[in-house]
Design a protein around this ligand. Structure first.
Ligand code: NDP
Length: 282
């Protein structure tokens, strides 16, 4: 029987640690503030934004909410980001993605001051990660590292296969595993003999957005399987990229969906908000 990695419990543990850290910062006279910008009212984004604000409340971070109408122009959004960049009492700026089609996400991400880029998406943050310098790290991959470490799973020297190469999950995931001294392979939709590649992994991390595609044929016996995917199955039920029922009996540890990687993303975002004090002058 595989160990089921409980992302809810681990994220709560982290949030409680952050709560204490936020309290210590407050005693030193540092109030942490996160500005959350949402354009339009995509239902999934509304849920994410609400959860992020609740997370802030839980650990004692002030959140400022900017709910802009769908028809907001790119320039109006850039102006708001520019104003928030200037505000000394705003530590972190988060623009909830996806943005409406008429707004270019890359332009908006690049407009956020790197020292306030708590999502870790700015090219400077990504560059810093790739050359091992201080900067914000993308929250979901950072959460995966915490799940592994806090579950006592050794990363150094392991064969790790990251399935998916997106800028927000796959690529930073691979860089973080490399930083932890793993031997890393990135696989994607053009990878040949995928089962053979994923079958080499001691630690397999899937981030492809394909409901239950990963069955036991893709997994080495005894591997650790981390499922980043958040999808809906044919019955509309939430599921990961991994066919949990099929894979769980052959692996040594596995994350469920929901309740695995998902809750870690917000915990890492809150951690980045507190981390911002080290990147910003008083
Ligand atoms: P993207 O769609 O940006 O990237 C998907 C990646 O998977 C691409 O690199 C693509 O390859 C690869 N891929 C797609 N199909 C296959 C296939 N059949 N075989 C091999 N590789 C394939 O997705 P994201 O990275 O943004 O998200 C991935 C999943 O993670 C989604 O389910 C998303 O909802 C979830 N997610 C979860 C988060 C969390 O908090 N838990 C946070 C962010 C995302 P190629 O590059 O060749 O096209």
């Amino acid at each position: 029987m595989a160990h089921i990695i409980d992302g809810k419990a681990i994220s709560l543990q982290i949030k409680d640690e952050l709560k204490e850290k936020a309290e210590r910062l407050r005693q030193e006279g540092r109030e942490i503030t996160l500005a959350v910008i949402q354009v339009g009212n995509d239902p999934a984004s509304c849920v994410y934004v609400r959860n992020k604000k609740r997370g802030c409340e839980y650990i004692g971070i002030r959140s400022l909410s900017y709910e802009l109408p769908e028809e907001t122009t790119q320039q109006e959004l850039l102006d708001l980001v520019g104003q928030l960049n200037q505000k000394k009492d705003v530590n972190g700026i988060l623009v909830q993605l996806p943005l409406p089609d008429h707004i270019d996400e890359d332009t908006v991400i690049r407009a956020i001051a790197p020292e306030k880029d708590v999502d870790g998406f700015h090219p400077q943050s990504v560059g810093a990660l790739s050359i091992g310098q201080p900067g914000f790290v993308s929250c979901t991959p950072a959460g995966v590292i915490q799940l592994l470490k806090r579950s006592g799973i050794e990363i150094a020297g392991k064969e790790c296969v990251v399935l998916g190469r997106s800028n927000i999950v796959g690529k930073p995931m691979a860089l973080l595993l490399l930083r932890e001294n793993a031997t890393v392979t990135i696989a994607h939709s053009k990878t040949r003999n995928l089962k053979e590649v994923t079958g080499r992994a001691d630690i397999l991390i899937t981030a492809i957005g394909r409901p239950k595609m990963i069955t036991r044929e893709y997994v080495k016996e005894g591997a650790v399987v981390i499922d980043v995917g958040i999808n809906r199955d044919q019955n509309g039920k939430l599921c990961g990229d991994v066919d949990f029922q099929d894979v769980e009996p052959v692996c040594s540890a596995i994350t469920p969906v929901p309740g695995g990687v998902g809750p870690m993303t917000i915990a890492m975002l809150l951690g980045n908000c507190l981390e911002s004090v080290h990147l910003q002058p008083m």
